[in-house]
Design a protein around this ligand. Structure first.
Ligand code: GRF
Length: 192
């Protein structure tokens, strides 16, 4: 199954998919393309692995072109791995049930517009939550509201800061993303 990974930042989730595909922990999945919406370190990670990478210009109408490109390459699943642009309604419906996103909170809590990066973890701390975690979910037109694929919890210590929580949750995201990809791939095989 060919996938495309959409990125905006450091790309540690992208790296995790790359490493797990290489070590065959994830079987049957190949990263066909990386799509970046800005210059970011994730592009370098793609370059090192010789994975084709496109940097889109957010000022342009890029989603239609990317849709055609991904179809041409027979991409079956899109993984948003720290992708900060909002995908429009048309793109989301064309790729219904074929886009997944990793979010660093226990959705439906702390999701939606403006909830990304440290802001998520700060909100968790401000609300004195006892637990947080990460969620992998399908992407719909409503931000962070699609069906949940997998979720993992962790306790929030009293002395936790937004940064320490981010560090704690990052490895959870990586684990969850790998598990989710395995699950999705297994489902495509059982329906054949
Ligand atoms: C992660 O926290 C992810 O949950 C969020 O963006 C961050 C991306 O991290 N959507 P990285 O670029 O994969 O390191």
């Amino acid at each position: 199954m060919k996938i495309a990974v959409f990125v905006s930042g450091n790309g540690s989730n992208l790296q995790c998919i790359i490493d797990n595909c290489k070590s065959k922990q994830i079987k049957g999945i190949e990263i066909s393309m990386v799509i970046a919406d800005r210059v970011c370190y994730a592009i370098q990670r793609a370059n090192i692995e010789k994975i084709d990478c496109v940097i889109v210009d957010r000022k342009e109408k890029w989603q239609h072109d990317i849709h055609l490109l991904l179809k041409e390459r027979n991409v079956q699943l899109i993984v948003l791995a720290g992708f900060l642009s909002i995908l429009d309604n048309k793109f989301c419906s064309l790729w219904k049930n074929k886009i997944i996103n990793i979010h660093p909170s226990l959705l439906p809590k702390y999701g939606g517009k403006g909830m990304y990066g440290l802001k998520v973890h700060q909100a968790v701390i401000d609300n004195k939550e006892k637990e947080s975690g990460a969620t992998v979910h399908f992407v719909t037109t409503n931000i962070d509201e699609g069906d949940i694929i997998l979720q993992e919890k962790t306790a929030v210590k009293e002395e936790a800061t937004a940064t320490s929580l981010q560090e704690l949750i990052h490895p959870i995201e990586h684990r969850l993303l790998v598990k989710s990809l395995k699950l999705i791939y297994a489902k495509t095989q059982s329906t054949h």
